[in-house]
Design a protein around this ligand. Structure first.
Ligand code: ATP
Length: 335
């Protein structure tokens, strides 16, 4: 085997979309040995913990993981598995490219933007407490250190991918100190990249402009919660959650996963669209330098979508998850 990566099949539709994605990677000729580990609900049932140490050890060893969606059991005192994973491995950058795909009914064509979300702090710091009956406080943390790290990531990404503008989306008119620090720190880092235009736009205005004309932006850089919300808005611009990939990246490890959740309403029915995870796998290949293979997989996905014959129900078709995998495997351009 050429590579050894960690695979987390996950909950709900996770095992179906990961199996479909593995099929395409295998058909492309990639020789990957998968270290398979459970996290989320399945792991609780087996080990009592939603994020067993074995999962983290495996990712630390292999440095790369492909992950299906995992659900955090509600009401059992567990904090979010996804947040825990990002914190434990310091996967501070969440990268979500939002691109139009052929043959997909969506409000916009030719969308091509990148959403970069700070993954470790903001309102996801988990610091919440009740200060008096009927009064709860949720703390939003912004540090210069984390802001600098995500800014460096965003500008390096823009430089590597030939993008020319980074827009900071914020709400500094209300959160003057926190979001103010975020903007100031990003601007300090921006000084090292004079060839990239940097601007700052209030996040509500970003939402409006995205809905009216997504080509208004190139790279969007956001703190944690704004990034979460704007990412789903981005998915809506290009045809829905079944199509948008993502990656959580740190200095020593990276986890590739679709934006969507475990979709319990369609789990086990073979109706899940595997394309978001397949595009996440293409990001994984790009990340490790297998750029030609990443391009082949993206091209094959585009071919199948444009043909419109093998689509899952979310895209108006009646094909199963594995039908889509087989069609994409068949359509892979020759090497
Ligand atoms: P979570 O809390 O884990 O985010 P959720 O139910 O709020 O879960 P999703 O699981 O992302 O969010 O699902 C939202 C809707 O989108 C559901 O109706 C689901 O069936 C649909 N959906 C999500 N992912 C896919 C997919 N890959 N293929 C088809 N439909 C999907």
């Amino acid at each position: 085997m050429e590579y050894r990566f960690t695979l987390i099949p996950g909950d709900g539709i996770g095992p179906e979309v990961t199996a479909a994605t593995r099929e395409v990677l295998r058909a492309a000729g990639l020789r990957i040995e998968w270290e398979i580990h459970d996290a989320g609900q399945v792991a609780v049932e087996q080990t009592g913990s939603p994020l067993p140490d074995a999962v983290l050890d495996s990712i630390r060893r292999n440095r790369i993981a492909l992950k299906g969606p995992v659900t955090t059991p509600v009401g059992k005192g567990f904090s979010s598995v996804n947040v825990g994973l990002r914190k434990a491995l310091n996967l501070y950058a969440c990268l979500r490219p939002v691109r139009s795909l052929p043959g997909v009914a969506s409000p916009w064509r030719d969308v091509d933007l990148v959403i970069i979300r700070e993954n470790t702090e903001g309102l996801y710091s988990g610091l919440e407490h009740v200060v008096a009956p009927g009064v709860a406080v949720a703390v939003k943390i912004i540090t210069r250190e984390a802001s600098r790290a995500i800014a460096r990531f965003a500008f390096e990404h823009a430089k590597a991918e030939g993008r020319h503008r980074v827009t900071i989306a914020h709400k500094a008119s209300v959160m003057r100190l926190g979001d103010g620090l975020f903007i100031d720190t990003v601007r300090e880092v921006a000084a090292d990249y004079p060839f990239i235009v940097t601007d700052a736009v209030e996040v509500d205005n970003v939402a409006l402009q995205l809905a009216q004309d997504p080509s208004a932006f190139d790279v969007l850089l956001l703190e944690n919660l704004f990034g979460d919300i704007v990412s789903d808005l981005g998915a809506g611009l290009v045809g829905g959650l079944g199509l948008v990939p993502g990656a959580n990246i740190g200095d020593t490890a990276a986890v590739f996963e679709a934006v969507h959740g475990s979709a319990p309403d369609i789990a086990g029915k073979g109706r899940a669209n595997p394309i978001a995870l397949m595009l996440s796998a293409a990001m994984m290949l790009h990340h490790i330098g297998e750029r030609r293979q990443a391009t082949r997989i993206r091209e094959s996905i585009a071919t199948v979508l444009a043909a419109g014959r093998t689509l899952t129900p979310d895209l108006g078709g009646s094909a199963s998850t594995m039908d889509v995998a087989a069609a994409i495997a068949d359509a892979l351009p020759r090497t």
